[in-house]
Design a protein around this ligand. Structure first.
Ligand code: Y43
Ligand code: MG
Length: 202
């Protein structure tokens, strides 16, 4: 079986990638399997810059094919915040609950029609000695006024999906993957995988 390293320490992402890559017969490892690898500072100003930073740093460390995901939530009424700062919106210690509460407080009193938002995901594929490739996906929704649902991770409990009449955290994992920003980026990556993996995938 083929194997890729995903340069993430986020367990929610790791789970989603395991199932997204299983469809291609590819096994996923993450930085949770390589605890000695260094933390990569996300110093970029865009999802793309940060995804490339993470993927190239870990590809250089391991000498292997590495994929990194940089993603986040962009809320129109907050001029696109939290954006690339989504993970550390309420402080350097990543805390999903505190991030959600900060967003809900900032949107207090904002009417439903003005609570539009989207998730973005950029995947960067880095291989030592080769040019890094990126793909992206996004997913439209609205920010609820309270949390609903227990699946997924991050901002999922406050991200309303009009098509499902549910929050992202109320979707089944397969449903989320079929419509999410990460699933969308992964579809584009899937088309490139035979070339990237040297034609070894089915
Ligand atoms: O599907 C999602 N559902 C809900 N929330 C999400 C999703 N996708 C990204 N998000 C949020 C979580 C985190 O607040 C930020 C990602 O930040 P981001 O730096 O890419 O990831 P991270 O620091 O958690 O892990 P790592 O950098 O090790 O991959 O956006
Ligand atoms: Mg991060």
């Amino acid at each position: 079986m083929n194997k890729v390293i995903i340069a993430t320490k986020n367990e929610g992402k790791a789970k989603e990638f395991s199932s997204l890559f299983a469809e291609y017969g590819i096994e996923v490892q993450t930085l949770l399997d390589y605890p000695s690898l260094p933390d990569v500072e996300e110093t970029g100003h865009t999802f793309e810059e940060n995804a490339v930073l993470k993927a190239e740093a870990i590809a250089n460390e391991t000498g292997q094919l590495v994929i990194a995901d940089d993603s986040g939530l962009s809320i129109d009424a907050l001029d696109g915040r939290p954006g690339v700062y989504s993970a550390r919106y309420a402080g350097v210690k990543k805390d999903d609950e505190a991030n959600i509460q900060k967003v809900l407080a900032e949107l207090k009193g904002v009417p439903e029609e003005k609570r539009t938002a989207r998730f973005h995901c950029v995947l960067a594929i880095a291989r030592p000695g080769e040019k890094t490739v990126t793909v992206s996906g996004s997913c439209e929704g609205k920010i609820t006024s309270e949390k609903q649902g227990a699946n997924g991770f991050g901002y999922d409990p406050i991200f309303w999906m009009e098509g499902f009449k549910k929050t992202m955290a109320e979707l089944q994992p397969e449903e989320k993957n079929s419509v999410s920003h990460r699933g969308g980026a992964m579809k584009k990556l899937g088309a490139l995988l035979p070339e990237i993996m040297g034609g070894e995938t089915r």
